[in-house]
Each structure stands twice: as C-alpha cells, then as structure tokens.
Write a protein that binds this ligand. Structure first.
Ligand code: ADP
Ligand code: MG
Length: 372
C-alpha cells in the first residue's frame, strides 16, 4: 500500500501583483479519487487547477505529486493534463492526429502512437470520426477528442475546468455519466472544477467549496448538502433558509435559540459547545419546511405571506416573506399544489421540526461591527 497521497497542496497561495487569488489551500487527493471543486466565479478555482497543471507557479506553499515537490515543474514534464471548456484542439489536424499529439511530443514511435490512439478513439466512441477534421465535429465530439488526447499519456490524474459548460443541458447530463464511468474504469483521480451543484454532487467522492480564494469546506457531497460548514457554504448551495440566532436555553443536547422571527427549538450537534448568549446560524433546507394555513403544525414556525413561485423541473420553489421582511424559500412537489392555494399575499405558517435545523457556529465577518 502506498500511503502517500497522490497530490498534496500545503498552504498554497497565488498572488497576481497585490491581489491574492488563492490563499492557504491545504488539500490531499488520493489515487482514484473524484474531487469536485466548486465556488462562485472568481474564487480561485481555475488558478488552483492551473497550479496543479503546471501552468502557474504558486507564490506560497508547496504542491507535491507522489510526495515530490513539483511547484516549478513545467506542464509537459508532470503528466497532469488539463481539459477545459474552450479546448485547445489543433483545428488543422484530424481526430487521430490530435489524439496522438502528446505521444508524438514524447517521442513515442509512430506504430505505438497509432495503436494507442486507436484504442482511445474507440474507448471514447470516436471510431467513425477518426480521420475527420476536428473543426467539423460537434461540441460533444470535440470534448471527447480532448479527453482522448489528455488520457493517452496515461496520467495519474485528469484536471477538468468546467468541461461541460459549453454543452446543452441534455448533452451535459449524458457526458456526466460517461465521465464518471470513464473515471471508474481508468481508476485515476479526477479533479473537476464546476459551478454546477448537481454536476459536482452527482459525480464526486468529495466536494471542495472555495470562496474568496480559500477552502471553505471539504466533505462528501451528502455531508456538504446536509451539514454546510458555514453561512457562506449554505448560501452558495442555495435552497437554504438561514437565520441568525442567539442561544437562550440549552439542556440535554437541545437548545432554544432566539431570532428576529421568534424562538426556535433545535438539536445541538455533538461538535458544537454552546453557552447562553452564543451566536449561532441556523439552516433549514427548503425541502424541510411545511406550509400550512393554520398554526401549530410543527414545533418551529414563522408566519409569512406568499410572494411568488418558480417551477424547477418537477419541484416548485415557493417564496414567502415574514412580518420582519425576511425571505423564506420552500420546496413543494407539483401534487402539493392540489391541496394548497398559493395566492400572492395569502397568509401561511412555514413550519419545521427541531431535527431539521442545522446549527453552525456563527463566524463573524469583517462587515460586522463587534460590540464589547
Ligand atoms: P474562478 O476560476 O474561480 O472563477 P480564477 O481562479 O479564474 O477564479 O480567478 C481568481 C482571481 O484571480 C480572480 O479575482 C481573477 O480576476 C484573478 N486572476 C486570475 N488570473 C489572473 C491573472 N493572470 N492575472 C491577474 N489576476 C488574475
Ligand atoms: Mg474558472
């Protein structure tokens, strides 16, 4: 057993002039692992991937591949290919020539090149296009050529920067399945940057959420979804109701917390130690909230009035406003609409159970004034 991680980033940072694009990134990636990196635009995802690819040199910290420091190792010497949306295929070369390019650069004999490129072309379902010019391929086909071209050098890791963002929704979904299957078959690591939550959650073993150049959370997809580490992550994921609260009572793993919307009951997660008066952020997922015309449905409730609805596939997002002007988002199934009349301005109670509250330590932000 090799216990050295395949890739390790230690305190990695990248500055452009005085701007810090990436800071304090610590991350280990194992062989065969599928890691998705997510975060809002400009948070440093591409920069991180480019440092792994050897296209940028870190300003701080260390990047190790198989335990070896590779900070300054050029891209062509490290076999960590990067596939991105506007793929740099050679437009004047055909599919075979594009796919075998990496082997040619490495001085591999032409017979060996043909054999390997044919193998990869077949694997990626490109056999009928082998001699076609890449300019005459569809977006999905070009994406496959780019994958074949990157994989032919048998890298231990493939870096992907929003590779499907230029494809339409249907094709993107199909490619997601193919990429995941390919990754499993090859048993190599994929580091996959995306801003698309469903893409990341569907494919990844672990998800890294970045914000403001830093890692905000690293966890299994379900863990990130159920237990966001901070308000930032909960907001980024969307579909969450987040309340700022203070602890007013605490006993036997249960707490009563006070918000501007009233008092709520919640379960205290074992890792959080609280005292009376402590600030906690409470997250309740949109799909955990019930909507009823009468009060008294569940322990926690807020009176609110209906504002708008939005159909998202088979579910409906409902938006309501509390007396205090806070927005509540709920998720309904189409069949729920048969029993509930969503008229704008109508009064409802949004309610949820204590077990559905996820509590997070409140991290003060620089925007807040601290009173002593
Ligand atoms: P993301 O991929 O998450 O959208 P990037 O890694 O591309 O974010 O960018 C992170 C930050 O670094 C952004 O503020 C961006 O403007 C800045 N940045 C990226 N590349 C350069 C560069 N070559 N020169 C100067 N600033 C850059
Ligand atoms: Mg980017």
């Amino acid at each position: 057993m090799n216990s050295t991680p395949l890739i390790e980033l230690r305190q990695v940072g990248k500055r452009y002039g005085s701007a810090q694009a990436v800071r304090d990134v610590n991350l280990q990636i194992d062989r065969g692992e599928f890691v998705a990196i997510m975060g809002p635009s400009g948070c440093g995802k591409t920069t991180t991937l480019r440092m792994l690819a050897g296209l940028e040199v870190p300003s701080e910290g260390e990047i190790l591949l198989d335990g070896r420091r590779i900070n300054e190792l050029p891209a062509w010497q490290r076999n960590t290919p990067l596939v991105w949306q506007s793929l740099a295929l050679f437009p004047f070369l055909n599919v075979v020539e594009n796919v075998e390019f990496g082997l040619k650069m490495r001085g591999v004999s032409s017979s060996e090149r043909r054999r390997k490129s044919q193998d990869w072309i077949e694997r990626l379902g490109l056999s009928s296009y082998a001699t076609r010019n890449v300019a005459d391929l569809s977006g999905g086909q070009r994406q496959r050529v780019a994958l074949a071209r990157s994989l032919i050098t048998e890298p231990p890791v493939l870096l992907l920067d929003e590779p499907l963002s230029a494809l339409d929704a249907h094709l993107s979904l199909k490619m997601q399945g193919e990429l995941k299957r390919l990754q499993r078959e090859l048993g190599i690591a994929f580091i996959y940057v995306t801003h698309n939550h469903s893409e990341a959650f569907a494919m990844a073993d672990r998800v890294v959420i970045m914000g403001d150049g830093q890692i905000q959370q690293i966890d299994a997809p379900l863990q990130v979804f159920n237990r966001p580490a901070s308000r930032f992550v909960a907001e980024f994921l969307g579909g969450n109701n987040i309340f700022s609260t203070r602890v007013v009572a605490c006993q036997d793993g249960k707490v009563v917390i006070r918000s501007s919307e009233g008092d709520f009951h919640a379960m205290l997660p074992p890792q959080i130690n609280v005292h009376l008066g402590d600030k906690l952020d409470m997250v309740v997922r949109a799909d955990r909230i019930s909507l009823t015309p009468q009060s008294g449905w569940a322990t926690n409730e807020v009176a609110c009035s209906f504002v708008s609805e939005e159909f998202v596939g088979s579910v409906i997002n409902g938006y309501l406003e509390t007396g205090d002007g806070n927005r509540i988002v709920i998720q309904l199934q189409a069949k729920d609409l048969e029993s509930i009349d969503l008229e704008v301005g109508r009064k409802f109670y949004a309610s949820w159970h204590p077990e559905d509250c996820h509590l997070m330590q409140h991290l003060s932000t620089s925007k807040e004034t601290v009173h002593h």
